[in-house]
Write a protein that binds this ligand. Structure first.
Ligand code: PHE
Ligand code: ZN
Length: 883
């Protein structure tokens, strides 16, 4: 028998912890190099002998030549830090094989073979949280994108689809619950161990494999599909968490119904399981029939979860469930096609959430995320098209561009086609490609054929990076208003020259006098510049454009401020109304930071903003959820994005000063709003949610205008709170104030929720994102807190993501914030490369920041780049950022 062992490493058991560490300059993988895999693996049988520190995995692969590919005599089985115990081919143990790095190359002389491979892995040493790992005494897997190769040798690519049969066994006491994809076909016990057999009838790529073993309890329910299939549903959590699973279960049932009604998609197994784990790199994972979730997106009750948490759970449960069709039944040919499943599924979850709650508010929230995260990404060193052309580490491409811009691109097709035609397109897509590994091109073609669209030029949205800018100029003569639209698509890394893209813009022209318009028009700007004329206007109309955010572009409309004030009060498109408010404030902030506005102009602008804000606060036709949106100030990131070179210090100061000015001018209406909202009793409906939203907003304005009074009010709100939204909102305001109330409430919060990891995450995040002048010192001491844990991604993010997006602290002029983040990245990289690399973009925007800080940011990146050993993940992000 041939026994091969990967070379032993000197320090104990590091093969998992060190697996992501690679020599420098890992190879670039290119989309144009795609080739079908020479072998098919129609079935795989896996046997797991489970133990926390030593799990033996036996894999039996049935292999045959792929008639659609060039023949090869060897098969490449990917591995990552695996220890090979034995290998046999067709029962013969003297098989011809060799290692190529971490991969196993086996020579296969014939057309069809049966391979048996035994590997041994150590889940407890797996801190990367990819492959099979231990989390709080349970075992679970994460295989997307390339984690299956940390479990066994396999062609770990999404275009190799196999039917999985699994037998798992382990100590009953440690792992009373044994779960896998598909249906359980058998189970039994022998002494202290027990076993279960699972079979998944749907062929799937390895990234959708999942297994869970642990001491879990379930909330169980059922769902009957449109065709009468009864599906058993379970949400598995740790014993003490069962009381916080109702919302997740209800969200799941709503998702299943919605996908039937809106996309005609029915569930296809008798069982659907969700498992919550507290150590997880992302939000959740759509493994076939066995979704694995970050606890953050499962557990909720009013005492510990905010309204935002409730919405997040509903959205992510929907998202993962919808992947059963957009992702699992139709999967991706290769990882360059990631947006095929992610962009489409994000759109599906957005439409779902919009229908479950307030559609206008959901749209505004989605755009805020896009502009706060994706726009900066698209204008920085990490910009890439939604279908990238190359990567070194695919984990780095789970980005706002692939997900959120990807969703916007599909939404534009829906807008141009109309809902019904769009549905014909998605029906055709699912029908044509069911059971296949498809490409973005396949999706576009199905849309062309099914929805009857010509998308020839539209394909540029898949290949060109960068946020298009559209200048809109309206002129008026006689009875005619003429709109001139001009687009520019900025250069991005590797793409210096761009072609004009088709940009669907929904617009309306308002009559100033009556406040009405003649209806929405959809124009498609598909050349660099174009003119559109509209008749029947005796006076110059007011332009409302990109209504509903019909295209993911930035608009420059250069209109007088009074037109924005008009739209902020009158526009009947909720997004456009929000946009007018944002533009009013952004225009003022950019103008005052850049020195374009003199004192008199600034004063006039502040007066207009306060007037518009007052109208919003007092408009009785608005619901509070929407009122809250209209009151939110543009984010620091969004303001910075509007400037070629930004000075984070001045933007932060100007933004806080505007907040204080509004608060001072509107002290009475804000107070009245607060008093009204305080009267609304707790409920989970839109009215009560809206009241909670404006309550904390009013409080945070007050904190800028009159900190002493606000501190007292916030302390009172904190003490009286009967729900987490109010309590967290109050503490957020207090955390930013240098007041006596601050310390006591922070301590109370910690003591009250000690042991509840998700709430303690909030405690870390509130302090790290606070407006307090010493926030940076607070982050330093929280880093040393006994509850801080580098191995838990939620905890690391709660402290450092909050910190990195806190301009007052992170952009400290002496560079201390940048040094702290670089230290974190270097420390975290060997432990959890994927999570470490996600902090790099915060340093990567140095080219768009004033000189002094830019140099300090570059130094921090340089220091990371010079580290003797870096993961592929961090290496790629740092070199692109320096590039
Ligand atoms: N595919 C998951 C989702 O978007 C995200 C994910 C990617 C989770 C990689 C884990 C690892 O639903
Ligand atoms: Zn997804």
């Amino acid at each position: 028998m041939d026994i091969a062992r990967t070379p032993a490493t000197p320090d104990g058991n590091p093969e998992m912890a060190d697996a992501a560490i690679q020599p420098k300059a890992p190879p670039e993988i290119r989309r144009e190099d795609y080739k079908p895999f020479p072998w098919l693996v129609p079935t795989i049988r896996l046997t797991f002998d489970l133990a926390l520190d030593k799990t033996r995995v036996t894999a039996r692969l049935e292999i045959e030549r792929n008639p659609a590919a060039e023949a090869e005599r060897t098969i490449r089985l990917n591995g990552d830090g695996l220890q090979l115990e034995s290998l046999s081919c067709d029962g013969n143990e003297s098989t011809d094989y060799r290692m190529d790095g971490d991969d196993l190359l086996v020579t296969l002389p014939g057309e069809r073979h049966s391979l048996e491979i035994v590997t041994v892995i150590d889940p407890s040493a797996n801190s990367q949280l990819m492959g099979l790992y231990a989390s709080g005494g349970m075992l679970c897997t994460q295989c997307e994108a390339e984690g299956f190769r940390r479990i066994t040798f396999f062609p770990d690519r999404p275009d190799v689809l196999s039917t999985y049969t699994v037998r798992m066994s382990g100590p009953k006491a440690l792992f009373p619950v044994l779960l896998c994809n598909g249906n359980r076909t058998d189970q039994g016990e022998e002494g202290d161990t027990h076993w279960a057999k699972w079979h998944d009838p749907w062929p799937k790529p390895s990234y959708l494999f999942a297994l869970v073993a642990g001491d879990l309890v379930a909330r169980s329910d059922s769902f009957t599909t449109i065709n009468g299939r009864k599906v058993e549903l379970n949400v598995y959590v740790r014993d003490g968490d069962l009381g916080r699973t109702e919302h997740a279960m209800e969200s799941l049932k709503r998702s299943m119904r919605w996908d039937e009604e809106v996309f005609g998609r029915e569930y296809d197994l008798d069982l659907f399981n969700i498992v919550a784990v507290s150590d997880f790199n992302m939000g959740a994972m759509e493994n076939k029939g066995l979704n694995i979730f970050n606890t953050k997106y499962v557990l909720a009750d009013p005492e510990t979860a905010t309204d935002g948490d409730y919405d997040g759970i509903e959205g992510v449960i929907g998202h993962e469930y919808f992947h059963n069709w957009s992702g699992n039944r139709v999967t991706c040919r290769d990882w360059f096609q990631l947006s095929l499943k992610e962009g489409f599924t994000v759109l599906r979850d957005q439409l779902f959430s919009a229908q479950m709650g307030s559609a206008p508010v959901k749209r505004i929230e989605d755009v805020r995320v896009l502009r706060g995260v994706q726009f900066p990404e698209d204008s920085g060193p990490l910009a890439h098209p939604i279908r990238p052309d190359s990567y070194r580490e695919i984990s780095n491409f789970y980005t706002a561009t692939v997900y959120n811009k990807g969703a916007e691109v599909i939404r534009m097709m829906r807008t141009m086609a109309g809902e019904e035609a769009f549905r014909r397109g998605t029906d055709l897509y699912f029908e044509r490609h069911d059971g296949e590994a498809a490409t973005c091109e396949d999706f576009v073609r199905a849309m062309e054929d099914g929805a009857d669209l010509d998308l020839a030029q539209f394909r540029l949205w898949y290949s060109q990076a960068g946020t298009p800018k559209v200048a809109a100029r309206l002129t008026h003569e006689g009875q005619t208003a003429t709109l001139t639209l001009t687009q520019t698509v900025p250069a991005t890394p590797g793409q210096p020259d761009k072609q004009p893209m088709p940009i669907p813009l929904s617009l309306a022209l308002f009559d100033r006098e009556s406040g009405n318009h003649a209806g929405d028009e959809l124009v498609v700007l598909d050349s660099e510049t174009a003119q559109f004329s509209f008749d029947g206007f005796a006076t110059r109309p007011v332009l409302s454009i990109n209504r509903g955010f019909s295209a993911p572009v930035s608009i420059d409309r250069d209109v007088p401020r009074d037109e924005l004030v008009f739209l902020a009060a009158r526009d009947d498109d909720p997004f456009a109304r929000y946009e007018a408010m944002q533009e009013l404030m952004t225009g003022y902030l950019v103008g005052s930071v850049s020195g374009e506005l003199d004192d008199a102009e600034r004063d006039a602008a502040r007066g207009d903003i306060a007037q518009a804000m007052r109208a919003v606060i007092e408009d009785s036709a608005l619901d509070d959820l929407m009122r809250g949106e209209l009151m939110v100030m543009p984010s620091q990131a969004y303001i910075a994005e509007q400037m070629l070179i930004a000075d984070p210090g001045s933007i932060h100061a100007a933004r806080e000063a505007l907040k204080a000015d509004v608060a001072t001018r509107l002290a009475d209406p804000l107070h009245a709003l607060y008093e009204r909202a305080v009267q609304v009793p707790f409920a989970l409906d839109a009215e009560a949610k809206g009241a909670r939203k404006v309550k904390t907003l009013a409080l945070s304005y007050a904190a800028a205008g009159d900190p002493a009074t606000a501190s007292g009010l916030a302390a009172q709100q904190y003490d009286r709170a009967d729900n987490m939204t109010d309590r967290q909102g109050a503490l957020m305001v207090l955390a930013g104030l240098d007041s006596a109330e601050r310390t006591g409430r922070l301590l109370d919060f910690y003591n009250r929720y000690q042991g509840n990891a998700l709430v303690i995450d909030k405690w870390f995040a509130l302090q790290a994102s606070s407006l307090h002048p010493h926030a940076i010192e607070h982050v330093k001491s929280l880093r040393e807190h006994e509850d801080f844990a580098l191995r838990n991604p939620n905890r690391v993010r709660s402290l450092y993501m909050a910190f990195a997006s806190n301009p007052g602290a992170f952009h400290s002029a002496d560079g201390e914030g940048y040094r702290m983040l670089a230290d974190l990245i270097l420390e975290l990289d060997p432990i959890n490369a994927q999570t470490a690399a996600r902090f790099v973009p915060a340093l990567g925007r140095w080219r768009r920041i004033e000189e002094g800080r830019a140099e300090l940011m570059r130094e921090a990146l340089q220091r990371i780049a010079e580290a003797p050993k870096l993961s592929r993940d961090t290496y790629e992000q740092v070199t692109r950022s320096l590039g």
